[in-house]
Write a protein that binds this ligand. Structure first.
Ligand code: C2E
Ligand code: CA
Ligand code: CA
Length: 282
C-alpha cells in the first residue's frame, strides 16, 4: 500500500518483476509437461558444400505450444538447462534424430546425409551419457557414422579430461564431434588440438560481421586456416547473403549453413529440398 501511494516507477518495476516471475513459472510448468504431451518437434537445416549440394544437416528442436505457437529454442533451452529438463528433452532429441537417420537409410538421396544434434553441458557430463547414446543408436538401428554431436567450447572447459574421455569413447564407435559457436567461448587454443574433434563451426557473428567489418573477416580467415591446419572440417553457419558465401569460399571455407541457402525446415520440407523439390536454394 505504501509503495502504491505515489511511487509509480517502483511499483511498475515490481509488477514487471512479478509478471516475469509468474511467466517463468508458468513456462517451466508447461515445459515440464511438453514431453508427455508430445509437443516437441525437430526442424532440419541443410548444410551445403561449395557446389551447393546438401552434404549434411542440423536438427534444431522446436516446441509446438498449443497457445504460443512454435516456440524457438532461444526461449526455452536456457530454462530447460536451469531446471534439468534438458536431460529428458535431450534424450528425446537423440532418440528422434536416430529414428530419422534410420528411416533415411531407405532413401536414395538421404541415406548418405549425416545429422548433427546439439548437446548441452549437463547431458555430456551425465555419468551414463556414452552408454545412453550407444544404446539409443543400437535400439533405433541408426548408423553411428552419420551422427554428429555439436558441443560448445564453454561446455568442454568445465571438466576437460572427462569430456575428452567421453568424446573418445563415442568417437571409437564412429560418432563425429563438431565444436559449435567457435570463437565466442574462451578459445583456449592450447586444448583445441587435444580434443577429439572432426569439425569447427565458425560462429554466426563472424559470418554476419564479414559483410561490413574487416576485423570479422580477419578472424574468419584465421579460424578457417586454424581448422585446416588442425585437419578439421570447417563449416560456416549463419550465411545470410551471397557476398558472405563468396567471401567464405574465397577464404577456403568449403561447408556452409544459413538462411541464404536454406532455413531450418520441418522434416518433410527438408526431404523435398534434398529431392530437388521446392527449395530456397539460389
Ligand atoms: P545453434 O546450435 O548455434 O543453432 C543455429 C541457430 O541459428 C538456429 O537457431 C538456426 O535456426 C539459426 N540460423 C541458422 N541459419 C541462420 C542464418 O542464416 N541467420 C540467422 N540469423 N540465424 C540462423 P535456433 O533453431 O533458434 O536455435 C538456437 C539455439 O538453441 C541453437 O543454436 C542451440 O544452441 C540451441 N538448440 C537448438 N536445438 C537444440 C537441441 O536440440 N538441444 C540443445 N541442447 N540445444 C538446442
Ligand atoms: Ca548447433
Ligand atoms: Ca552455432
Amino acid at each position: 500500500k505504501a509503495k502504491e501511494s505515489g511511487r509509480d516507477t517502483l511499483r511498475l518495476f515490481d509488477d514487471q518483476m512479478q509478471q516475469a516471475v509468474n511467466e517463468r513459472a508458468q513456462l517451466e510448468d508447461e515445459l515440464r509437461h511438453a514431453l508427455e504431451k508430445d509437443q516437441f518437434e525437430l526442424f532440419i537445416q541443410a548444410q551445403f558444400n561449395s557446389d551447393l549440394t546438401v552434404i549434411g544437416a542440423e536438427a534444431l528442436v522446436r516446441w509446438r505450444h498449443p497457445a504460443r505457437g512454435l516456440v524457438t529454442p532461444a526461449l526455452f533451452i536456457g530454462l530447460a538447462e536451469q531446471t534439468g529438463l534438458i536431460l529428458p528433452i535431450g534424450r528425446w532429441v537423440l532418440k528422434t534424430a536416430c529414428a530419422l537417420l534410420r528411416r533415411w537409410d531407405e532413401h536414395p538421396v538421404l541415406r548418405n546425409v549425416p545429422l548433427a544434434i546439439n548437446i548441452s553441458a549437463l547431458q555430456l557430463y551425465q555419468t551414463d551419457f556414452v552408454d545412453q547414446t550407444l544404446t539409443t543408436l543400437r535400439q533405433t538401428g541408426a548408423d553411428p557414422n552419420r551422427l554428429n554431436l555439436e558441443i560448445t567450447e564453454s561446455l568442454l572447459l568445465e571438466n576437460i579430461e572427462v569430456a575428452i574421455t567421453k568424446m573418445k569413447q563415442l568417437r571409437e564407435q564412429g560418432i563425429r564431434f563438431s565444436l559449435d559457436d567457435f570463437g565466442t567461448g574462451y578459445s583456449s587454443l592450447s586444448y583445441l588440438y587435444r580434443l577429439p574433434l572432426d569439425q569447427l563451426k565458425i560462429d554466426q557473428s563472424f559470418v554476419r560481421g564479414s559483410s561490413t567489418d574487416a576485423d570479422a573477416r580477419a578472424v574468419t580467415r584465421g579460424i578457417i586456416s586454424l581448422g585446416k591446419n588442425l585437419e578439421l572440417e570447417v563449416i560456416a553457419e549463419g550465411v545470410e547473403a551471397p557476398e558472405q558465401l563468396s567471401f567464405l569460399k574465397e577464404s577456403g571455407c568449403e561447408l556452409f549453413q544459413g538462411y541464404y541457402l536454406s532455413k531450418p525446415l520441418p522434416v518433410a520440407g527438408f526431404i523435398s529440398l534434398c529431392e530437388g523439390g521446392t527449395t530456397t536454394t539460389p
